[in-house]
Write a protein that binds this ligand. Sequence first.
Ligand code: IMP
Length: 200
Amino acid sequence: MKLVLASKNEKKLREMDEILSSLGIEVISEAQAGVDVEVEETGTTFEENSLLKAKAVMEASGLPAIADDSGLCVDALGGAPGVYSARYGGPELDDTGRYRLLLENMKGQPRGARFVSVITCCFPNGDVLTARGECHGTIAFAPMGEGGFGYDPVFFLPKLKKTFAQLTPEEKNAISHRGLALRAFREKLEEYLHSGKGES
Ligand code: IMP
């Protein structure tokens, strides 16, 4: 079975394909499916946004489509930046600008935070599968590490005494919100396929 990934991100495609290939699933890009879908992420939850993306690509391609939506939720900021993680502080900021702004906004605040990832798969028959992964940590007082992307240098794991940016990709995948969501999704998909529903 082929699943179209609702994203232009090559890294996400490889990551998902690696995890789902054991089920005989091939994850293909929008370009490989012959579609180019721009989805406005108008939802206020990760669930809504990942559904918007997966549904739009499923409808355009006629194939089952998978999307993920993720972000960093900081307790002291009422869950912000949350679904707005990629847009925090406005379009002129880059990754470094965004985490610097976050550190600024957190001065004197408790440091609890979590990364969230929600994966949604929409099938042409109307079926929808969803899986969620969360990784709990704290916001560091200063950036540490060179790896990863986004807020990785300031997301600190007290048990490991390292930020996400100080982990290898394999170490990060083993505990990250996206790794957890993907593995939970793989289980749900396996169950779904064994039930025979995916063939209708
Ligand atoms: P999206 O799910 O591709 O829309 O990404 C949401 C945004 O959340 C990214 O642009 C990053 O700012 C942030 N984000 C999501 N996952 C991670 C991660 O694993 N590390 C660092 N930042 C992340």
